[in-house]
Design a protein around this ligand. Structure first.
Ligand code: SF4
Ligand code: SF4
Length: 438
């Protein structure tokens, strides 16, 4: 098998200490704080009231429009209230608070067709994704039903299953690929049917050789499938990068994968579709890697959405007195949370907990060009940031600001420790504000 690789990018220390940690079920807490905004698009509308008894899997928030997603109760219990909680991005938003009845084994009837997998039609599969609240679990949380509905004039010929997991520390997808392999394949077959793709690739970085081998064994006689070994480099798992590496096709600036006849889904997402189709369970929990030098019992856990970070960290032996930073997601693209009450949501691939570290102060730019070399989207970050610092937002936009995916490679490589990504985020925020004012 040939190993392919991204042309630019960086090689941060992998630190995948939990690669050997089998997935464990996290015990459901007595109280869950389930946010109505766990996805890209409009917030779900609450469909339960204070005092109402809910079953596990019952819809408690309804998608508000095409680009939105349903929210379900991760456990049975009583709706205590709807209150504001802090989300991983620091914004306060509505969450349904459930007093969990740990004795209740009742599960809500699925609101989608339950049939043998072979009988599910493309429309059935889209309904399952929509009804079960499934969103992209690679981090973007874009509603999956929308991605399964390409425009009528587009022919999808290729489906890519994203098993790259290129962020350091994270091993949740790795474990899922080892422990739920058949479910991932079946889920991918459903997506393939929904979008009408002939060819399916699964891209896995070669720091997960056991997963590559497992898929290779199971897929060797399956028509239309190919396992692609990827040389480990960050940010290979970003959609546009993976499409380029696997198919050689380039998604245009501002375009989407379907513009190059490709659909792409993360391994966790297709597994969730499989679970909804076979067990009738909507997306109410996910595998989360808990790691970092400030936790003594790291691992991979299936955690119900709405579980506060504090409980997860306590369970994993966090050294609270020594913590400097807790990140939801990976260290490159994740978000540093501002309080331990932040709940686990659909985008939470990891909870990383770090001790205090000595920070170097930013120095002047050396014009070394390293940030330009590593950017996989051919942006010159130093130039864009100069425009932002000078308040020249139109010029920053013309230099590619909005194309930046905030992968962090430029800041990582910068010898002057200039916080390039923070500037790029700030520039985008100011540009959107300026355009809204117009
Ligand atoms: S400019 Fe944006 S896309 Fe390019 S390396 Fe920096 S953060 Fe990544
Ligand atoms: S890597 Fe840092 S020092 Fe080098 S050109 Fe880019 S911003 Fe300047």
């Amino acid at each position: 098998m040939l190993t392919r690789a991204l042309k630019a990018g960086v090689h941060p220390d992998e630190c995948k200490f939990t690669a050997g940690s089998q997935i464990q079920q996290f015990e459901c807490p007595e109280r869950l704080y389930v946010p109505l905004q766990q996805h890209l698009g409009r917030k779900a509308k609450p469909v339960v009231k204070k005092g109402e008894i809910v079953k596990k899997g019952q819809r408690i928030g309804e998608a508000d429009g095409f680009i939105s997603a349903n929210i379900h109760a991760p456990a049975g219990g009583k709706v205590k209230t709807i209150e504001k909680v802090m989300l991983p991005n620091g914004v306060f938003d509505d969450a349904i608070v459930i007093e969990v009845n740990l004795e209740s084994g009742e599960v809500a009837e699925p609101t989608w067709p339950m049939k043998p997998l072979s009988e599910l039609t493309p429309d059935d599969i889209r309904i399952i994704a929509r009804e079960a609240g499934i969103v992209g679990l690679g981090g973007a949380t874009f509603p999956t039903a929308v991605k399964l509905t390409p425009p009528d004039n587009v022919k999808i010929d290729t489906l890519i299953i994203n098993g790259a997991e290129c962020e350091p520390y994270l091993t949740a997808d790795h474990r899922l690929m080892l422990e739920r392999t058949e479910g991932i394949i079946e889920g991918a077959e459903l997506v393939r049917r929904a979008v009408g793709a002939e060819k399916v690739f699964i891209g896995i970085e070669d720091n997960k050789k056991d997963a590559i081998q497992k898929f290779d064994e199971l897929l060797k006689n399956k028509s239309g499938w190919e396992v692609v070994s990827l040389r480990s480099i960050y940010p290979q798992g970003a959609e546009k990068n993976l499409i380029k590496v696997v198919t050689g096709r380039e998604v245009p600036v501002g375009g989407l994968p379907f513009n190059v006849n490709v659909a792409i889904q993360n391994v966790g997402t297709v597994y969730s579709i499989f679970r909804a189709a076979t067990e009738g369970i909507p997306l109410v929990e996910r595998v989360v890697t808990v790691s970092g030098d400030a936790v003594s019992n790291p691992g991979n856990f299936v955690i119900p959405f709405g579980t506060p970070a504090k409980l997860v960290l306590e369970r994993c032996g966090a050294l609270f007195d020594e913590i400097e930073k807790v990140i939801f997601g990976g260290p490159m693209m994740g978000m540093a949370i501002k309080g331990y009450d932040v709940p686990v949501i659909k985008s939470t691939s990891g909870i990383l907990c770090f001790k205090r570290a000595v920070r170097e102060k930013p120095k002047a730019c050396l014009n070394c060009g390293k940030c330009v070399e590593v950017c996989t989207l051919n942006i010159a970050p130093t130039r864009v940031v100069k425009f932002i610092r000078a308040g020249k937002l139109e010029e920053a936009k013309n230099a590619g600001l909005l194309n930046c995916m905030e992968c962090g490679c430029c800041a990582y490589i910068c010898p002057s420790r200039i916080p390039l990504v923070q500037w790029l985020r700030y520039g985008k925020f100011m540009l959107r504000k300026m355009e809204a004012q117009k």
